[in-house]
Design a protein around this ligand. Structure first.
Ligand code: NAG
Ligand code: NAG
Ligand code: NAG
Length: 365
């Protein structure tokens, strides 16, 4: 199926370049290979993002701050690492002040100015993620220009509290269900539920990564404390009209192709997650997606499972909101840190502009 599709695209690309050569155009890029379309890295990491500052759509105990405020209070910044002379982007939360009553804890929700469509390979080189009671961090893609979940949501790396594994999840309008294709298209994770509109899309379809799996002959953690102890991993996500795959690699085991200008996921080993099968149109269910990095607290997921996950007993604090409000010191290590996030497009197609930027609650530079 995949092979046939690729051959088809290659044939079209060849035709296109022949005919355009005849017409005297020479700016045609082959539509069969990926090339860089967006680069969030090093000291310019934040330039391609705006900060979302509206009320949290998922009802967390959070105050999503604007870029200027976040930069001046150290929530957004850079960590310089002498050991490899690298400047890495840091996205943190407030760990000094109490947030009493209904106040939210200061945090950041970055939204990309660019949007992406099917035919996208996103590579996030992550060195640290927020972990611990009360936290709900996520690296994800959200469809723009339509009411959720009409343009879809792809959660690439998401956990709550101190969960030691990554839950990769799709949320869509009705009519998208994924096959449990572990026999024909093996993946290391476990499909929880095939209907991506389950629970009116709140539940969605999720593949849980194993807590640890083999990469470069070693155990690699997919999320949590162990993920930070190993200095993270490189998460790659490929989204085509035929499906969505997520890989995680030890930095020492990144496929050579991923470091080339034209990475080719066909050469990658089996992924952690593969959402595929004829029950979903992955180009229609997911559209014009913006990249988001955020750290939420409590809310619709982390807040609801506080007791179920034993965090009340574990922390001695009855509610998630009370813990987050009263214990700022618990959040000193609650930060994302990235070398880079690079996005490759098939055929070098251009990225879109996020139509939500400039609307109320969006677009604060
Ligand atoms: C919430 O964030 C804004 C910046 O976006 C800031 O001005 C305000 O003081 C914050 N609220 C609290 C209670 O810290
Ligand atoms: C460290 O990185 C900077 C920026 O890339 C570069 O200019 C500098 O030469 C590097 N220093 C060393 C010691 O490698
Ligand atoms: C998918 O297949 C795996 C392996 O056979 C199984 O453990 C899992 O329960 C299945 N998931 C669903 C939702 O059927």
């Amino acid at each position: 199926m995949n092979k046939l599709f690729n051959t088809g695209v290659l044939a079209l690309a060849t035709l296109a370049s022949i005919s355009s050569a005849h017409e005297g155009h020479n700016e045609n890029k082959p539509s069969s290979s990926y090339s860089l379309v967006a680069d969030y890295s090093g000291p310019t990491f934040f330039d391609g993002f705006v900060t979302f500052t509206g009320p949290d759509p998922t009802h967390g105990k959070v105050n999503y701050t604007d870029k200027a405020f976040a930069a001046s209070t150290g929530l957004l910044g850079f960590n310089y690492h002498q050991e490899d002379n690298s400047t890495r982007a840091r996205i943190g939360v407030d760990s000094t002040d109490k947030a009493p009553g209904n106040a939210g804890r200061n945090s950041v929700r970055l939204t990309s100015k660019a949007t992406f469509n099917a035919g996208t390979l996103l590579v996030a080189d992550i060195t640290h993620m927020p972990v611990g009671p009360g936290l709900w961090p996520a690296l994800w893609l959200l469809g723009t220009g339509a009411e959720w979940p009409a343009a879809g949501e792809i959660d690439i790396l998401e956990t709550v509290h101190d969960t030691p594994y990554n839950a990769m999840t799709l949320h869509t309008a009705p009519g998208c269900s994924v096959a449990n294709s572990s026999a024909s298209a093996p993946f290391a994770g476990h499909l929880q539920n095939p209907d991506c509109n389950a629970g009116s899309a709140m539940t969605g379809c999720s593949i849980h990564a194993p807590a640890t799996f083999q990469s470069d002959g070693k155990n690699l953690a997919s999320a949590g404390e162990a993920f930070n102890a190993q200095a993270g991993a490189v998460y790659a996500t490929e989204w085509t009209p035929h499906g969505i795959k997520v890989w995680a690699f030890a930095r020492s085991a990144v496929p050579a192709s991923l470091n080339s200008p034209n990475p080719d996921p066909n050469s990658f080993p089996p992924p952690l997650a593969s959402f595929s099968g004829p029950g979903c149109d992955y180009a229609e269910s997911f559209r014009d997606m913006a990249l988001i990095v955020n750290t939420d607290f409590c809310g619709d997921w982390a807040g609801r499972v506080w007791e179920k996950m034993g965090k009340d007993k574990g922390t001695g604090v009855k509610s998630c909101e009370e813990f987050v409000g009263e214990r700022p010191g618990e959040f000193k290590d609650a930060f994302w840190e990235f070398y880079s996030i690079r996005v490759f497009g098939l055929g070098g197609k251009d990225v879109g502009k996020n139509p939500d930027v400039g609307r109320e609650g969006f677009g604060v530079l």
